[in-house]
Write a protein that binds this ligand. Sequence first.
Ligand code: SAH
Length: 525
Amino acid sequence: MSGIVYLVGGGPGDPELITLRGVECLRQADVVIYDRLVSQALHSYAPQAEWIDVGKQPDHHPIPQHEINRLLVEKGKEGKVVVRLKGGDPFVFGRGGEEAQALLEAGIPFEVVPGVTSAIAGPAYAGIPVTQRNMACSAAFITGHRAQSGCSPTGDWQRAARGVDTLVFMMGVASLPQIVEQMRLAGRPASTPVALVERATTPLQKVVTGTLENILERAAGVCPPALIVVGDVASLHEELQWFKRDERRPLFGLRVVNTRPRVQRWSGTDEIPGPDEFTMRLYALGAQAISLPSCLITPPLDSAPLDCAIHHLSDPEGLGYNWIIFTSRNAVQFFGDRLFAQGCDARSLSSVRLAAVGPRTAAALRPYGLKADFIPSYAHGKSLAKEMTALSGRVVLVPHAEGSPPLTVPDLLSQGYQVEAVPAYRVCTEIEPPDSLTELIAGEADVVTFFSPAAVRGLTNMLAQQGCDPVRTLNSFTTACVGPTTAQAARTAGLRVDIVAAEQSVEGMCQALAQWVAEKQPALG
Ligand code: SAH
């Protein structure tokens, strides 16, 4: 039985500009065949899928179109759910039409999921409406790539210049001189407003404006991908620009490496995949998130002790536990998933009380229908052990990371508790480096963030494996740690710690970054 190919528009760059239908297709995908312009954050919607990069660099086509068509047909014939993910809209200079024809010919079913095209979204993020009453009542999308146009592109450009108000050129940066020349030959005045929007809708967006007269000098530094908008509407940028650094986007343009781990929970959890919370917060604040997971959280190698503890919970003869102490969200989630996977649910915990190290760990209990009975006044294992002395019941279960029982355990033991510590998950710091490591090594980042000592270890391991000096490499960036324990681990590894968040959370990290940017404002330009 043949599969199906979805030709999906991934949107112009901002990861939130993909459609609901696009996300749904990604969640069902076995294979995702994607292009260069697709936002990296979209990968997290399909962690289960095989991702194949067929990206084309300008003037350099690593995989020719007929090969891409062949790959789509081949994967479809294997019965796979294939997502062909393209930047913007698949049918706007995306060669989606040709791919649909190849699929039709091979008898593979396909569907098209339109996307938000950069031709409209790019100008919109620069404050330029492509039509505007009394200013522009028609707009055209035009390829600036001379080889891709018909036989006489310059003739096409002149025709468009005479007949259409707003012209949006795509793939046109290298042809800007010719475009300007043809506009003038077609009779557009030298004062016609022009705007170039580079990396539109991303935190690295740059806008250059001018007129047909002076745009060539002004746009000298603009690199692809960029849009060229010619027409009166381009002048509205000054007035309507909204996507920029301001109090709502204090991190605009900052490239932040997110080393938070990838989590591979037991299959059977109904968690919906999507970008991690920190990535989405960074985008919302205007930063470019570079996802570089530096450790991997998985179920423990041996889940027998955990299963045994879970069995013990519902054993009417058993002594039972008085308390279960959760010192991390991972502990809650891996314990909770396993509980359900074993056919139990919250009722098995009816006679046990639950302690959580802090409010975020406590919040992780909610999806399992559970509530923390005790949270210490300060989110730290030491406070938990100290403040628990006042509580009744001495038999305590502590689910934890394999190989590293939390610091609370000796404290609890010394206070006379009977503690059973069971591994509920595993933190691997020896992992395959993600593609984004190359970006880091090339220096394409501003800040590297750490949320755990394991992430510090994982990233230094990865760099060493690539033959880099981890300390030299990481010290060439600003480093930010979520709290004192992580900062200590980073210093022990030889790193210079520049930022330590006052509050140990995603929000605390974002606030610390914003404060740092405010102090460094001139340096960031
Ligand atoms: N299907 C895509 C266009 C692919 S052609 C769409 O609908 O958006 C590639 C061209 O699109 C680039 O050369 C550039 O002109 C434009 N483009 C795509 N993404 C862009 C972005 N984020 N910023 C500026 N231009 C972009």
